[in-house]
Design a protein. Sequence first.
Lengths: 733, 176
Amino acid sequence: MSAPASPARRHFLAISLTAAGALLIAPRLRAAPTPNVPPELLGEDLTALGPFLRIERGNRIVIGAPACEVGQGVFTELPMLIAAELDVDWTQVRVVQLPYGYVASDGDGAATLYGNQGPGAVDAAAQRHLREAGATARWLLLQAAAQEWNLPLEQLRTQAGQVLAPDGRSLGYGALVRSAAALTPPAQVPLRDTAAGTLVGHPTRTADAREIVTGARRFGLDSYGADAVVAVLARCPWIGGTLTHFDDAAARKVAGVVEVVELPASTDVVLAPSVAVLATHSWAALQGRQALKLDWQAPAGPLESSAALAASAQAALDAGSGGNIVRSDGDAASLRKRPARHRIEARYELPFLAHAPMEPLNALIELKQDAARLVAAVQDPDAASRLIARLTGLPRGDIAIELPRGGGSFGRRLDNDAVAEAVLLAKTVGKPVKLMWTRSDDLQHDRYRPYGMHRLAASLDDHKRITAWTHHCAATVLDAAKPNAGLLEADAFPAGHVAHLEQVFHPLTTRQPLVGGPWLAAFRAFPVECFIDELAVVSRQDAVKLRLAMLEDPKAPAVTGGVANARLAHVLRECAARIDWGKSRDDGHGLGIACHAVAGGCFAHAFEISVDKGQLQIHRAVCVADIGRVINPLNAEQQVAGACLDGVAATLQQAITLKDGRVQQHSLTDYPLLRMGLSPRTTQVQIIDSSADPIDPAWALASAGAALANAVYAATTVRVRKLPLLPELMRML
Amino acid sequence: MPRPTDPAASPPTPPAATPRPPAPLPITINGKFYDHDGDPAMPLLWFLRDRLRLTGTKYGCDGGECGACSVLVDDKLVRACTLPMAAASGHRVTTIEGLAGDDLHPLQQAWIESDAIQCGYCQSGQILAAVDLLRRKPRPGEDDLAAIANLCRCGSQPQLRRAIARAAAILRGERK
């Protein structure tokens, strides 16, 4: 493959190479290291070849990882792209984390010294940019060898960190780098055909695995500033509540407590008013917070509760009128009243969900008169940089952001609320601050996956075909600007496959902050994919064949939800084959299956489970994912399995509930994360070969919950329509 | 920061029956001797992290639920967040940083080879839970695996199962 570089990227890359790539520049960087270049890329024994990599004389390659690693595998995957274009052996490579590389914006807001370092860092365009960096360095090395040997560049090739001449001569990259760095790269450097490489597309282990298993790798909370005080906040438990009075006398007596300060609510960055306890170490801060006497005032008006939300949802769905029409095909309303061979209706209820990353939020901030330094696993460092500039008035070029590893995110570290709190505290107390959230803080003050209830109704004719389908969804509004509030997709399956179809959204209000992302896919897919299963059961037909008949109906549109039906049908078939769908069983185990297309990808899940003496056991899980081009199949497999298990954990056990206006969950007993006993005994992942643009594998959780609930029905004949499933199943058994 | 003392010169002091707050609390961590002179109620977790900067032991919850802070105390699996220094004193603590000898422990090696990492935050606790499991059950069955109470939010359980099976076979001498 050889494609020209895009003008914007070329412009960016050229600037970077001029700034950090040429030899003349390197001494200047050494003399005055900028906070934007990590020490691993500087030092005496180096020749810089661009912002991402350094090649040492001994042929060791240091490659910078541009994006913040929070478990999505970017610390390994993105450097792999550079290494593959550079054509080096992965065992030669040492990966270092790059800090946020602010450059004065040239109109392209996402561009940093290191390209896209935010949530888009894995997008196709960002990947291309990294490949161009590696390809440019390789071209420079080839050119340097061509000059050395006085041979045309076209006659030379590279292999595992060496340039090879046709006559058998070879030179290691390390020997060429000094002359290479003095060259000017052409405007367009061809990219290598990745299929020819030995790295991209080949299973590659986590680059910092050894540091992880020896406890050496630093996560956000493992950062200690020289004089930083540890801060723990007591936040108002009500959204919109106020602090009426607090007594910090006892807190100040705790040995190690340095200061107690009030942090008022701020409308844009910090949601809750709070009182901060700052101490010389974590335990003192925690003890100090415990010793605070706090009087919070709830907001005026009725206080939210999950019971009231459910009642509102029921009422909206009972009314049979009102709501926003999201889609209306044919005449579903009247057809539903007419006689049909089968006509069923069901309601599904899905709770608020929390992100609950294993490592609660934290941020270390050092503010000086003319500079700031943040150490935090922020997934959107550009937004964090803007936020700090806004809160401090500092120019963005004087704000350094280091990106330690983050203990999970699931979208939580896209928000910078902890950063804002830390900055405001550091401003108030005039000291570096290490802010630490506790688990209770994390569950109580999250942005949640919306709550909602779905009412689905459908009719089937004598040929067991679905003739009418209505889907009413009453849910807390994520995006008020849209009639579907971002929650009921007009083009998602089975829309377009049923002649008479109606989708109506009924907005519910909540004070809770909400987020979207891959969890919304499960919110939409769960009721639809469970209901299809119910229809198959009622009409005594195979649940896979029912779906395939719809997806492969020549009269249906070829594309649903932005994805070709043939792709969705393919993942479903593969999944059914791998779980031995058609095989008759006599062991009391139940099989369940579901599929979903979303965000340009498509997924199918199947489970084999049993429920014995009140114990649910998942014997097998199968996940089939069509997620576009894959850089590291090992990571893709883990991400898809992880997303599946995320779906399992949430479906079985997790719910955020409200009472008297407050979130009721404080701990991992209240909000259980997955443990080994509930994980599948075997998990099989199949990634479909694809050359399409890459898709975040987190979307692969979409159909896991429905497949699991369908398996529970198959094993028990109990249809659980309210999540979390386990307590409901135990009640119904 | 407390300094480790020379083990040969200073043998461990036996724990006092009722530790008095002002008296330093001796503790052995990864073969080195330390004294804790702060709050005897402070959990071992914060002594390891804030005082010794042994940050491989992680904070993840407010009371023994997640297992991210798992350590071995006299070779038994303990959650460092629920163990006050007064109770830890006089005992021998192994953290993830102290697990490897000259070579990595077979479980650490198995974790790398099975790529049981993902976000990585729970893994030091998972490894120590597995060390404890395989010490008690060299051939763990499904019930034994199910009894591992350490949580993983990323869903790395498929890799954890592979890593434990691999290490168990190596420790039993059935594979290299």
